[in-house]
Design a protein. Structure first.
Length: 379
């Protein structure tokens, strides 16, 4: 048994001081006052800072110099996971964006193989496209955008994938298909969509439960036509992932979303690309150069192409730029994505019986160490 001491503990439900987290065998045993740490426990003083649930990122395109679309194999997944762990992310969804069906099938098989091999930190897969609106495609390659057929449905519902999240445009996918996916346990987000309010509401009734990168690549909020963004903000049934990097969404719009959504329905994503955890430099997407300058990833025609954001930086931005309390920002990075994905019975909070996935942050909210299933790694 290990006792983690001498840090402010954020459990996801409460903030504790002068307390310890007890972990054993990859799981959390519980939290106790410092004076009640069992005599036989190995006492590990953290020397201050913040101890919190490990971050959970549901939209990770790449990291460590690797793009999942270019390396749809177990080794590529392993490199991406390792890169993000340095920034406090202990579990994630490798995210595959619109591409050829053959490459998508390789990505699906790679995730299944990673899960079968017990690769730590892999929760499943996020398929972002290709069933999206061409006019709201962002940097997604228009050549591969198409409505789903039976082969696509088989890929999205393949057994052994853990948790599957699919981003689609509800106005381009039949409601019956959405219902069939939801019935098979697939989590469905509206994204890269030109949907009207009515089309969004129809999608929600069919099984859409969230939106991908709120505001970005979707029909905007208008006072006569609320669009996809308006539905995301106004409909309390929807969960919203949001990129808080200062480039994708204006701070005021982030603040508006935080005020509009019920507690627990707004969570952080990075939409991270290969630069996260890699030496500074540009990268390639669909064979074209994406320029990375001042944390902004831009294609040759000026489109945002994912981000260079890590989850710890997103938490810092929430606290410093938006004014969100630290405890809530930490929940947006761990508890709420776990709730949305349906993994809160194992991750996202520091509670007895849950996985010992933790992050230790210094007073500047920069990661010092992570624990995945109780195994500590310095950041």
């Amino acid at each position: 048994m290990d006792a983690l001491l001498d840090a402010q503990i954020h459990t996801g439900n409460a903030v504790l001081t002068d307390s310890a987290v007890l972990i054993e065998g990859g799981s959390i045993l519980g939290m106790v006052p410092r004076s009640e740490v069992p005599a036989g426990a190995a006492r590990n003083s953290l020397g201050g800072g913040v101890l919190a649930p490990g971050f959970i990122d549901l939209q990770v395109n790449g990291g460590g110099g690797v793009l999942f679309n270019d390396r749809p194999d177990v080794e590529g997944i392993r490199a991406i996971v390792a890169a993000h762990r340095r920034f406090g992310t202990t579990a994630l969804l490798p995210t595959f964006i619109t591409d050829s069906r053959d490459t998508r099938a390789r990505a699906v098989e790679a995730v299944a193989a990673a899960l079968a091999a017990g690769e730590p930190g892999v929760l499943g897969i996020h398929l972002e496209g290709p069933h999206i609106d061409a006019g709201r495609r962002g940097v997604h390659d228009a050549r591969f955008i198409a409505p789903p057929d039976e082969e696509d449905l088989a890929l999205m519902t393949r057994p052994g994938l853990g948790r599957t999240l699919v981003t689609l445009a509800p106005e381009t996918v039949p409601a019956g298909v959405i219902r069939a996916l939801a019935a098979r346990g697939v989590r469905i987000c509206a994204g890269h969509t030109a949907a009207t309010w009515e089309q969004m509401e129809a999608g929600i009734e069919a099984g859409v439960s969230g939106v991908t990168h709120l505001y970005n690549a979707m029909s905007p909020l208008g006072h006569r036509e609320p669009g996809a963004a308006g539905a995301a903000l106004a409909d309390d049934r929807l969960w919203c992932g949001i990129i808080v990097d200062g480039h994708h969404v204006h701070d005021a719009a982030v603040r508006l979303a935080w005020k509009a959504k019920p507690a627990g329905k707004l969570f952080l994503v990075t939409d991270a690309m290969p630069p996260v955890g890699a030496p500074p430099g540009d990268f390639h997407l669909y064979g074209a150069t994406v320029t990375v300058r001042d944390g902004r990833c831009v294609s040759a025609d000026g489109r945002l192409a994912g981000s260079a954001l890590d989850m710890a930086a997103a938490v810092r931005n929430c606290v410093r730029r938006i004014g969100i309390p630290l405890d809530e920002a930490l929940r947006m990075a761990a508890a709420y994505p776990a709730d949305f994905l349906g993994v809160a019975d194992r991750r996202g909070r520091l509670l007895p019986g849950l996985a010992a996935d933790l992050v230790h942050l210094d007073d500047d909210l920069r990661p010092l160490a992570t624990w995945v299933a109780g195994k500590m790694e310095r950041c």
